[in-house]
Design a binder for this molecule. Sequence first.
Ligand SMILES: Cc1cc2nc3c(=O)[nH]c(=O)nc-3n(C[C@H](O)[C@H](O)[C@H](O)COP(=O)(O)O)c2cc1C
Length: 185
Amino acid sequence: MTIKIKIIGFTGSLRVKSYNLAALRAAAEMLPEGVTMEIVDLSPIPFFNEDVEAEGVPQVVVDFKEKLAEADAILISTPEYNYSIPPVLKNALDWASRGPELPLSGKPLAIMSASPGMLGGARVQYHLRQVCVKLDLQTLNNPEVFITSANKKFDLDGKLIDEYTRKSIAKLLHALITKTQHITQ
Ligand SMILES: Cc1cc2nc3c(=O)[nH]c(=O)nc-3n(C[C@H](O)[C@H](O)[C@H](O)COP(=O)(O)O)c2cc1C
């Protein structure tokens, strides 16, 4: 049976040489046939403000929500900031949680995190999972992917050079695709 799944990926890091962006790129390169992934840049999304929302949701947010709505599945790779969710990511999710159309509701989500530290961003994942309950996402509980010592897992060009991490990401993608198939078929 041929599959056709579209994944939208994004990260809470704005850093050009972000390890989390590099992890998303690595994931995009290991997808099976029929599965595509678009990595969305969150940097143009303005800070959420109810006054701005009341005047009219900015086009960039409308476009972002449309992309989410069209996706079959979501992949987030995020840094951990002070044990929690980076503002860029939380802000994007806050925008997505507003209005009559909730584009993330019911969507399967896989989370990974990368950090130069020894826990690989384990703590942010639990804060993020909590927020995703409110957003009605269907977040995968397993496998958990914490990319520890991320500065050693990617080369200077952001290429993934660690086999264990590659296999972990592949397992996560497999689980996401399987869950997506269950939901959409
Ligand atoms: C404001 C701030 C807070 C941070 N807090 C944590 C933290 O709590 N845990 C952690 O593992 N790394 C922390 N870091 C370090 C990040 O893991 C590191 O900068 C990482 O490279 C960010 O991900 P990126 O490479 O995708 O940008 C923090 C970095 C910043 C800028």
